[in-house]
Design a protein around this ligand. Structure first.
Ligand code: M6R
Length: 605
């Protein structure tokens, strides 16, 4: 889960590489590096830490050259230090890598026996050594081809060569790699976003492909070493807007724009004049669907969990939600009458992609719900529903979660209507509620200050719990995940009814507890669970649209949401739990957009 870039040009490339690396930092930020070809010599510079550290090095000692590669790292093999940072070079080649070489230990031994010495603890260095070795006796294409064939695992690679002053090589297996076309220059990058300021013309390597980039042209080869052509996509300009503006960080911007992203998404999918949902061409006739399986990781999994409740409520279809890293290895019985839905912001998450591949191999019908429409998951799915949230840069997923849930709710209602599972009046009422969502979200966003104040209760907490029932349970899970990843405080999301089966033992005097209690059919039961927590000393932050005063006595703080129908409670409950995680992290001085040990796009297992 790293970011790679490569450029061959008729002008100096180092500043463009640095700019692209800054865009790729969401993929990893524990070290950074660059190699350029300078007068026939490979000039490698790298460091631990962020791209800005690398920039400082280049300021003292610039990297010269018209071609080069760069890397931002999220460590898998070897601690994040200067030696393990990429590129990994010999005097002949320099390599950047995203992915994991699973047979690196075996390969290392094989090449050590041949007399090669390894400098780093990484799996990547074997690629450098193998290529160097093949180049002694083989031409370049054969050396690349034979090297790739020795590797087991996943990779996107960028390579430059001492003896080729107009050549960058890219290769892909498992990890994404885009190729960009410029005027007298060409590019590779882990995603099109990194290349967008340089070009809007993009092709994508498929698994097993490799490519040779020179200034004037790009040659593509498939896994059989056959030359192939690639489709060229033109990227829209709209998604270029990735500026924090006046916001302190991307996360606060992304939380704040959720009323607008919701509106945009609704504009794409709702035909308000006909009260119709514009989702057509679902790859199975909705009347034939026997079961829906929803698959995702992290926050995307929580949106799957949420959709499970909606699908159970509004359709007669059996439904299951799965964590992609489990689904991909389980002996799941795949069925042609089932619809498999893959949810992913980035569209590049390795486990979700592998789960999708498994379904594709078994010829079952797949649907991708993604934010990045050029992504691998979008391209592999039979049917794609973009969430139209715009680029999400903060590692903590916020507006994408709201977008995923919205598209999943719309898809549920569409299927339900097509199957005549839902009463037309109920459908109409729900659409009206959904149309109101952006305004309700806006109103909730305006209450940020209240959460900012209560956040102080959490900063010294040993741990906390988020409790909810029904529709609130997946949001409780999401709330706990957000707090964990941003503020490094241990948090658990629990079905409130589970407390007495064990977790209640954790409640101590003064422990902050978040209770999600919308006025729905579970309300009274949730309140009872909340009282059990209060009775044991829990300090409750209650998030609710209940306006009665009687409850308030024993509650540390009550955050009041606007009025809404229970089916859309998830969207409104999400806003305060995002604010809470954000403000606790801010008070603890944590890095908001780049929490420790994480990366935005998880392209390794
Ligand atoms: O790009 P994806 O939606 O597939 O990413 C899945 C998870 O890695 C992601 O949601 C992760 O849990 C976030 N950091 C949560 O905020």
């Amino acid at each position: 889960m790293c970011g790679i870039v490569g450029i061959v040009s008729n002008k100096s490339v180092s500043s463009s590489i640095i700019n692209a690396l800054k865009k790729l930092e969401y993929r990893g930020y524990d070290s950074a590096g660059i190699s350029t070809l300078n007068n026939g010599f490979i000039d490698e510079k790298k460091c631990s830490g962020r791209v800005e550290n690398l920039e400082k090095i280049l300021f003292q000692n610039p990297s010269v050259g018209d071609l080069g590669i760069g890397h931002v790292r999220w460590a898998t093999h070897g601690v994040p230090n200067q030696i393990n940072a990429h590129p990994h070079s010999t005097d002949q080649v320099s390599v950047v890598h995203n992915g994991i070489i699973e047979n690196s230990d075996k390969l290392k031994k094989e090449y050590e026996a041949k007399g090669y010495k390894f400098k780093s603890q990484t799996d990547t260095e074997v690629i450098t050594i193998i290529l160097t070795d093949f180049l002694k006796n083989e031409n370049l294409v054969d050396s690349v081809y034979k090297t790739l064939n020795k590797l087991i695992g996943s990779f996107a690679l960028g390579v430059i060569f001492k003896n080729y002053n107009d050549l960058v090589v890219g290769a892909r297996r498992g990890s994404p790699l885009a190729v960009g076309y410029g005027h007298n220059e060409n590019f590779i990058g882990s995603d099109s976003y990194a290349l967008k300021t340089m070009t809007n013309k993009i092709s994508y390597l498929d698994d097993g492909d490799f490519c040779l980039l020179s200034k004037e042209k790009v040659e593509f080869y498939n896994s059989d070493k056959k030359k192939i052509n690639k489709e060229v996509f033109e990227l829209s300009n709209e998604d270029n807007v990735v500026d924090k503006g006046d916001f302190k960080d991307f996360m606060s911007k992304e939380i704040d724009e959720q009323n607008l992203t919701t509106k945009k998404c609704l504009n794409e999918y709702l035909d308000k004049s006909r009260n119709e949902i514009n989702i057509y061409n679902i790859p199975i006739d909705p009347n034939q669907i026997k079961k829906i399986r929803l698959i995702g990781c992290g926050t995307a999994y929580h949106s799957c969990l949420m959709a499970k409740y909606w699908i159970e409520e509004f359709t007669s279809i059996d439904v299951e939600s799965d964590i992609a890293s489990e689904f991909r290895y389980r002996n799941v019985k795949l069925n042609k009458d089932d619809l498999y839905i893959f949810v992913s912001q980035s569209g590049e998450t390795a486990d979700t992609y592998a789960a999708l591949e498994k379904c594709k191999k078994n010829n079952v019908k797949t649907c991708g719900i993604v934010n990045v429409v050029e992504s691998s998951i979008a391209r592999l799915s039979d049917f794609v529903l973009p969430i139209h949230a715009g680029p999400e840069i903060g590692v903590a997923s916020t507006k994408a979660f709201i977008g995923q849930m919205l598209v999943l709710l719309l898809l549920t209602l569409k299927i339900s209507k097509d199957r005549k599972d839902i009463d037309p009046n109920v459908f109409k009422k729900l659409i009206d509620d959904i149309i109101n969502l952006p305004d309700l979200i806006k109103e909730t966003l305006s209450k940020q200050k209240e959460i900012q104040e209560i956040a102080r209760d959490f900063i010294n907490a040993k741990g906390t719990m988020y409790l909810g029932r029904g529709y609130s349970y997946p949001i409780a899970m999401e709330g706990a995940l957000k707090l964990k990843e941003l503020s490094y405080i241990h948090a658990e999301g629990y079905a409130a009814g589970e407390m007495k089966h064990g977790p209640l033992a954790l409640i101590e005097d003064g422990m902050p507890i978040v209770v999600l209690a919308p006025k729905d059919r579970y309300f009274e039961k949730t309140i009872s669970n909340m009282q059990e927590v209060i009775a044991r000393g829990g300090k409750v932050l209650m998030i609710t649209n209940d306006k009665s005063k009687t409850l308030s006595e024993n509650i540390r703080f009550k955050f009041e949401l606007p009025d809404f129908q229970s089916h859309i409670s998830a969207f409104l409950l999400t806003i305060p739990i995002q604010f809470l995680a954000y403000h606790v992290a801010l008070l603890k001085n944590c890095d908001i957009d780049k929490p420790r040990n994480l990366a935005k796009s998880v392209t390794v297992e």
